[in-house]
Design a binder for this molecule. Structure first.
Ligand code: NAD
Length: 499
């Protein structure tokens, strides 16, 4: 059994707390490794070392820091298959999907190469007689990131890239479910030239998270995970005077207007509802067709598509549509919610409850489910299922459909499928949700835009990646400067490189 480590001061370091969590191969149900769960002392020691290392890193010019990012991009591309393979083996998602996970993180590191430009300050010449005024963005010191299991490459990269490019030291506390890829990324950043101690990967569970919250050196926390934990970390982190951004769960609605291309909408729903076994915060979990005719046309197209889905382990080839869910507990929770849907009166049109995969009976596979006639009072509508379960809520009008999405407590992503520009425009303008797709089912913004949900899907005022991340991981200092008149002599004629 492999014993995983922490990554401290540029080295793999064994855990000393004596506490471990099992890391599964979700396809077989076997434990493949155990990950140490850091104690408060281990976390505090890692932070103290990071604080020391940050001083020189923060004083390194942004262009040099950007070159580390540039080299990391090259190395991540070099190791893409290796990273994706490990990711699939611990998370369960298909190999092409695992590569997408790495790729969407990599793109944020590419964006971070622009750090010198993004960190440029403002300058006002002659703000007063002989007075100049300028603002600079300086690193915070030590920042921490706490990340979920479902994107073990992308989300750690979204956090560590901007934090490091801004000159901070960074403590990453990845999910204990799939911690190997974050450790591999730390090795890559070291090879790319990141000084030891600037990036520390401290594995752990609630104990390590509470130690992060209580550590006075840590200035900022970026969290992604479920809403109750997001709210907990936001409340405690803010109360401790830290800068905190926390992104939570989701229940993403896709509205299908009667004029939409029904085949396109059905394809989009199947990909966005069942891809990655529904374990995406941007998965579509609620389909809202407008009008009975639209609903019937969709059901007719969805059922054969869903019944054709190929569920299997990532090793079974690239035509597998989705893999197992992450743990036995996740599987049980999904099936419990499916039962509640049946009991509360929804119509289970595609029933995946008896799904078994020969040879993988102990794996955490869940067959695809489709519910029709779901209503807002049902638990399957109110709660995030985070599994391959799509719920259809029939709406009589566009107003009723948009109202459903607006009244839901989550506000991460949403989509509308229509050929009517007026409806699409109205939807984009009125909806109280952070990321909106128009005939695009999973509208994940690219690295140079920002990612973040509204309502209970996001706490804090700045989004992830893009220019917001450079604001989140720096603070502004504004200098008002007046110089007495002096001697204007002496010239230099050499053209100096900023090295
Ligand atoms: P989770 O909340 O269980 O865990 C997230 C992190 O919090 C992990 O690092 C975990 O170790 C830590 N944690 C867990 N329990 C804790 C506790 N009691 N106290 C302190 N820390 C704790 O989430 P998950 O199951 O890993 O991820 C799935 C969730 O993440 C879903 O709800 C999904 O919607 C959400 N998610 C949101 C986004 C987004 O951008 N909004 C992106 C990806 C995932």
């Amino acid at each position: 059994m492999q014993e995983l480590t922490h990554w401290i001061n540029g080295k793999h370091v064994k855990g000393t707390s004596g506490r471990f969590a099992d890391v599964y191969n979700p396809a077989t149900g076997e434990v493949q490794a155990r990950v140490p769960l850091a104690s408060r002392e281990e976390l505090d020691a890692a932070v103290a070392e990071a604080a020391k290392a940050q001083v020189a890193w923060g004083a390194t010019n942004p262009q040099k820091r950007a070159r580390v990012m540039m080299e990391a991009v090259r190395l991540i591309n070099r190791d893409m298959d290796k990273l994706a393979e490990k990711l699939s083996s611990e998370h369960g998602k298909t190999f092409p999907d695992a590569k997408g996970d790495v790729q969407r993180g990599l793109e944020v590191i590419e964006f971070c190469i622009g750090a010198p430009h993004l960190l440029k300050g403002d300058f006002t010449d002659s703000a007063g007689p002989g007075i100049d005024m300028y603002s600079m963005r300086q690193p915070l010191g030590v920042a921490a990131g706490i990340t979920p299991f479902n994107f073990p490459a992308m989300i750690p990269l979204w956090k560590m890239g901007p934090a490091l490019a801004c000159g901070n030291a960074f403590i990453l506390k990845p999910s204990e479910r799939d911690p190997s890829v974050p450790l591999m990324l730390a090795e890559i950043f070291q090879e790319a030239g990141l000084p030891d101690g600037v990036l520390q990967v401290v594995n752990g569970d609630k104990g390590a998270v509470d130690a992060i919250l209580d550590n006075e050196t840590i200035q900022a926390i970026g969290f992604v995970g479920s809403t109750p934990i997001a709210h907990y970390i936001y409340s405690r982190g803010c109360a401790a005077g830290k800068r905190v951004q926390c992104f939570g769960g989701a229940k993403n609605h896709m509205i299908i207007m009667p004029d939409a291309d029904m085949d396109q909408a059905a394809d989009a729903l199947v990909g966005a509802g069942y891809g990655a076994a529904g374990e995406r915060c941007m998965a579509i979990s609620v389909a809202v067709p407008v009008g009975e005719g639209t609903a019937d046309a969709l059901i007719e197209r969805l059922v054969p598509r869903i019944e054709k889905l190929k569920v299997g382990p990532y090793t079974a080839g690239d035509d597998v549509d989705y893999g197992p869910v992450v743990t036995k507990a996740a599987k049980e929770n999904i099936l419990r919610l499916v039962e509640s849907g049946v009991e509360q009166g929804a119509k289970l049109v595609v029933d995946g409850r008896n799904f078994r995969l020969q040879g993988y009976e102990d794996g955490f596979f869940v067959g695809p489910h489709l519910f029709d006639h779901v209503t807002p009072e049902m638990d399957i509508y109110k709660q995030e299922i985070f599994g391959p379960v799509l719920s259809m809520v029939r709406a009589a009008s566009y107003e009723e459909a948009i109202g459903l999405a607006m009244d839901h407590e989550y506000g991460n992503g949403t989509a509308i499928f229509t050929r009517d520009g007026d409806a699409a425009r109205d939807f984009a303008s009125r909806i109280n949700i952070g990321m909106v797709g128009i005939n695009v089912p999973i509208p994940v913004p690219l690295a140079y835009h920002t990612f973040g949900g509204w309502k209970k899907s996001g706490f804090g005022d700045l989004n992830q990646h893009g220019p917001d991340a450079f604001k989140f991981y720096t603070r502004t200092k504004t200098v008002t400067s007046r110089w007495p008149s002096g001697i204007k002599e002496g010239s230099a004629f050499n053209f100096k490189a900023m090295d």
